[in-house]
Design a protein around this ligand. Structure first.
Ligand SMILES: [Zn+2]
Ligand SMILES: [Zn+2]
Length: 355
């Protein structure tokens, strides 16, 4: 019986990856399809990927697969063969290749069996994930966005919507996808005669959301093919006008990919136009929030005067205080009124939010 997980320390693995000379390609993909035996599927894939020195995070569930990985460039063709042959539903699956990535984001292969690839909280046996809405390619997105009988619905989190979204898109104001699903149904209850277009970053959430809307009696449901990432790529490639304004938030060092030059958010401390996310430099806080360069200087990268003072304490003392307190809320949320010791919030922008 081969060992189907790694047994080497994290530090050692990272050092090995950094010592590699062969360039890697970072790629992500997902597919919803029924997997009867996720454990067997997972083990088989692990053996194949491990041989090809694939690193990264892969989730397998009865509902499908979701992966963010890096592949040595010399093995990329072999990787595609293995993946496409692993199941008919994965043949020619769309691979999103990260262009600006150096391929050093992962140093170990973690392949896990999970209950779901996207936690949805749906507890209804009659829900059919295969009954998805119609895919919208970039050109059709642009056609529909100006149609008064069409509503665009953003299925991401508030901090993502805040820095960039489709023109006039509706925000579903919740911090979790599982809460957003019933909320979207509720919010759109009187719009069943409209076309509903769902979207998210890479398509994985809105695909499930579109099936959920159909499950709840909405008939004209669409979702943006491949999410914002694919839309932006195709629109640029085809020379279409960009209907997504601002930044597409992504969790890497860049904290977002600029799609248009519009800056639609504001500094959470002084209120000037700004859409640069950062994490509070106080490790005991680490709040994700938007901070302009002058506030970065003034607060030394912290979210508040309190955190800035904390940062001045000796490191050891900071650590002890953190241990006592535990970690707090990690994401700025206007509704919760964080940063109130220092900030003057601009009038809340309501453009595009639901009535
Ligand atoms: Zn500021
Ligand atoms: Zn802070």
């Amino acid at each position: 019986m081969p060992v189907l997980h790694n047994r080497i320390s994290n530090e050692e693995l990272k050092a090995r990856m950094l010592a590699e000379t062969e360039p890697r390609t970072t790629v992500s993909f997902y597919q919803y399809f029924a997997i009867d035996d996720p454990k067997a599927f997972r083990d088989n894939l692990y053996i194949q990927f491990d041989k090809l020195k694939v690193f990264g995070r892969v989730y397998v569930a009865k509902e499908g697969i979701n992966a963010q990985i890096s592949v040595p460039q010399n093995n990329f063709a072999a990787f595609k063969d293995v993946l496409f042959a692993s199941h008919p539903a994965l043949d020619q699956v769309r691979l999103n290749i990260a262009l600006e990535d150096d391929g050093k984001s992962f140093w170990v292969l973690r392949l896990k069996v999970r209950e779901r690839i996207v936690a949805d909280g749906i507890d209804d046996d009659s829900f059919n994930l295969a009954n998805v809405g119609e895919y919208l390619p970039a050109d059709r997105v642009n056609q529909m966005i100006d149609d008064p009988d069409t509503l665009f619905v953003d299925m991401r989190n508030h901090y993502e919507y805040e820095v960039g979204h489709f023109e006039n898109a509706i925000e579903v104001p919740s911090d979790t996808f599982r809460e957003q699903l019933p909320m979207a149904v509720e919010m759109l209850q009187d719009s069943k005669d409209k076309n509903i277009v769902m979207y998210c970053t890479g398509g994985i959430r809105c695909e499930k959301a579109s099936a959920y809307m159909r499950h709840n009696g909405f008939e004209n449901v669409y979702h943006v093919e491949g999410g914002i990432i694919e839309y932006a790529r195709k629109a640029k490639e085809q020379g279409l006008p960009l209907k997504f304004v601002g930044k597409n938030f992504v969790f890497d060092e860049r904290m977002g990919e600029r799609i248009t030059d519009d800056v639609i958010a504001h500094c959470h401390q002084c209120g000037i136009p700004c859409d640069t996310h950062t994490n509070c430099k106080n490790e005991g806080c680490h709040l994700l929030f938007i901070q302009c360069p002058s506030c970065t200087a003034k607060f030394e990268g912290c979210c508040s005067e309190i955190c800035r003072e904390e940062l001045e304490r000796p490191r050891e003392e900071q650590r002890e205080r953190r241990a006592k307190r535990g970690s707090g809320i990690k994401i700025f949320n206007k509704a919760k009124g964080l940063l109130c010791t220092t900030m003057h919030l601009p009038a809340q922008e309501k453009a595009g939010s639901a009535k």
